[in-house]
Design a protein around this ligand. Structure first.
Ligand SMILES: [Fe+2]
Length: 143
């Protein structure tokens, strides 16, 4: 498919950055879902499982856009280390850092796709999901 997009290389770099963070988010949430203990394991285990699933969905959408742009999608997650912990507050602080970075990445992508309404629509939905996730984690942390 021929898609005319200005700054296509920059857009592909940013989309691959977002994809790497989605792959990392999936690994992080799946890990925390397995290690969350005690009373918190019921609501938080469910929350982490949902976020892990959402990350797979976001990754698919971003990967599909990269492919439509004839770019090469990354297959490795972002190299930022995933902190192992059994302390749910640390898990949520790590989730907050991840969601904040994801939201910031999509915010930077939005102006690069402004001439492409379909990509704008898809990426805006993902961006909104990340903003909602930031709010949810802040609520769970009592902030
Ligand atoms: Fe996401």
């Amino acid at each position: 498919m021929i898609i005319e997009i200005k700054e296509k290389d920059k857009l592909l770099d940013m989309l691959n950055k977002a994809l790497g963070w989605e792959l990392r988010a999936h690994a992080m949430y799946a890990h925390y879902a397995a290690y969350v203990k005690g009373l918190e394991s019921v609501p938080l285990g469910e929350h982490f499982e949902e976020e892990a699933t959402e990350s797979i969905g976001h990754a698919k959408q971003v990967r599909d856009i990269i492919a439509q742009l004839d770019g090469t999608a990354v297959t490795d997650r972002d190299s930022t280390a995933i902190v192992h912990t059994e302390d749910w507050k640390v898990m949520l602080e790590e989730a907050l850092k991840t969601e904040t970075t994801a939201a910031k990445t999509y915010k930077e992508i939005m102006p690069l796709v402004k001439e492409h309404p379909v990509f704008t629509h898809t990426l805006m939905h993902i961006y909104m999901d990340e903003l909602k996730a930031v709010d949810e984690v802040n609520t769970l942390l009592g902030k």
